[in-house]
Design a protein around this ligand. Structure first.
Ligand SMILES: [Cu+2]
Length: 471
């Protein structure tokens, strides 16, 4: 993390701000805007021992993101968010021009304690106006950040300040409420976690607490800037503006209680599925779910504009897939349209076609799995459609996919990727030595509860004879 004074940074000196009408005295009053330059998952941010900082809490870990440090000013936690163009690395080597906050999309996570008074400075370095809406929070109407309704928009070059008390513990989001379709399509969003100030009957202590946003972009393969007028045709399905294999694993120690806080700021629902364990939805944007109203799940649908807080016991060691269950959301962009070729026999055809079109290529006649390993020339600046390599080959997943890595031999609070899981002997699916010819089908079995079917009526059936013209 690179702590620097935003106002002395290149590109926006004091002169620029003075020209934009902010006095030097006002500048001195602003907290520094902390920047983050990496898409790696930052470790939990432990607040400094400041009086009035509230109850100690287990900090969250933002997947491929970070928590924004605050400064304490006379009992108020002060944050500084800078809305600005950023370049986000969505996967290694895949760079996208986005709009975000403090150097990244999504912006940093805001983490406070119930009852904290918070003051949030929002500086606009975009080419157009913006606002900040604090999704789900209890606050005075004038702090709700809806441009035109509760405040004038923040013009380029200006800083607005929001101030309220974080009244309700839970997981929230922030995003602009100004030219929303464009600004969210460009990646402007972030998460907010308010920890309870005292032990709460419906909020468990956990050993691992992760948060991330579901977001989506429409980036033409080979280009670098999202299309912002897209209604539904998003082709990049991401978590915190990252796609697999660029999404870090969620790491837990065997026996840890784990909480995931997942917000959806895409334009469609995402059924999030975790292998290997069962979880419960313990909270929504509206607050904790009473224990009596929870039920076990392995998939939960997260609708547009919703947050779902899920919890489970990490009691099965291994590398477990966690992904959106819409299978086209675990894929990258298609650089070309592809007809279904399953069952088509291309033998002989390719050679003839290659005489006139030397690059002619066949895919899909046995399904699309070959794509996972195919060395195909990609347009510049995109990522393969199905990708990610595991210890046993291509994982054939892109987009909204990661792994939950549960290990017995981790230190508490160690969030680093422990590598691939080693299966204990005899606990892995394996090939059996049986040639195809020896696979014998048993006669079709009749379930004992079934009534035997009556004899086939073919003997009595009258079948059409010959002259169909008379029908
Ligand atoms: Cu999805």
């Amino acid at each position: 993390m690179n702590r620097r004074n935003f106002f002395s940074s290149a590109g926006l000196g004091l002169g620029a701000m003075a020209a934009a009408g902010v006095s030097r005295a006002a500048l001195a009053a602003l907290p520094e805007a902390v920047q983050h330059n990496s898409a790696d998952t930052a470790g939990p941010w432990i607040p400094p021992g400041v009086t009035g900082a509230g109850r100690p809490y287990q900090p969250v870990v933002t997947l491929n993101g970070w928590t924004l440090p605050w400064r304490m000013n006379d009992g108020v936690k002060e944050f500084h968010l800078v809305a600005e163009p950023v370049v986000r690395e969505m996967a290694p080597g895949f760079l996208v021009n986005m709009w975000g906050y403090n150097g990244q999309s999504p912006g940093p996570t805001i983490e406070v304690v119930e009852g904290d008074r918070v003051r949030l400075f929002v500086t606009n370095r975009l080419p157009e106006h913006t606002t900040m809406h604090w999704h789900g929070q209890r606050l005075p109407a004038g702090m709700d950040g809806v441009g035109g309704l509760t405040q004038p928009q923040i013009p380029p070059g200006k800083t607005f300040v929001y101030e309220f008390v974080a009244r309700r513990p839970g997981t929230f989001m922030y995003h602009p409420h100004a030219d929303e379709m464009t600004q969210m399509a460009m990646g402007m969003m972030g998460m907010w976690v308010t920890h309870p100030k005292a032990r709460h009957p419906q909020i468990s202590d956990v050993q691992r607490d992760y948060c991330f946003l579901l977001n989506a972009f429409d980036v033409e393969p080979g280009s670098r800037t999202p299309q912002v007028n897209t209604m539904l045709d998003f082709n990049i399905w991401s978590w915190n503006s990252r796609v697999f294999p660029g999404i870090d694993p969620l790491v837990a120690r065997l026996g840890d209680r784990v909480r995931l806080r997942i917000g959806n700021l895409t334009m469609t629902n995402h059924p999030i599925h975790i292998h290997g364990i069962e979880f419960e939805v313990t909270g929504t944007d509206g607050g904790p779910v009473p224990a009596s109203a929870r039920w076990p799940e392995v998939t939960t649908d997260i609708a547009v504009g919703q947050m779902r807080q899920i919890e489970f016991l990490a009691d099965e060691p291994g590398d477990w897939a966690i992904h959106c269950h819409k299978s086209h959301h675990t894929m990258g962009a298609m650089g070309h349209s592809v007809p279904t070729m399953i069952g088509a026999d291309h033998r002989g055809l390719v050679g003839r076609l290659q005489k006139t079109q030397p690059d002619y290529m066949v895919m899909g006649e046995r399904g699309m799995a070959d794509m996972g390993e195919m060395q195909m020339e990609l347009p510049e600046n995109t990522f393969p459609m199905m990708t990610g390599t595991g210890p046993y080959g291509a994982i054939e997943m892109g987009g909204m996919f990661s792994t939950l890595k549960v290990r017995a031999d981790l230190a508490p609070g160690d969030h680093r990727d422990p590598g691939w899981y080693t299966m204990p002997p005899g606990t892995q699916a394996r090939e059996v030595a049986t040639p195809d010819a020896q696979v014998q089908r048993a006669p079709a079995m009749m379930h004992p509860s079934h009534t035997p079917a009556p004899p086939a009526p073919s003997a009595n059936a009258r079948k059409p004879q010959g002259n169909h013209a008379s029908h």
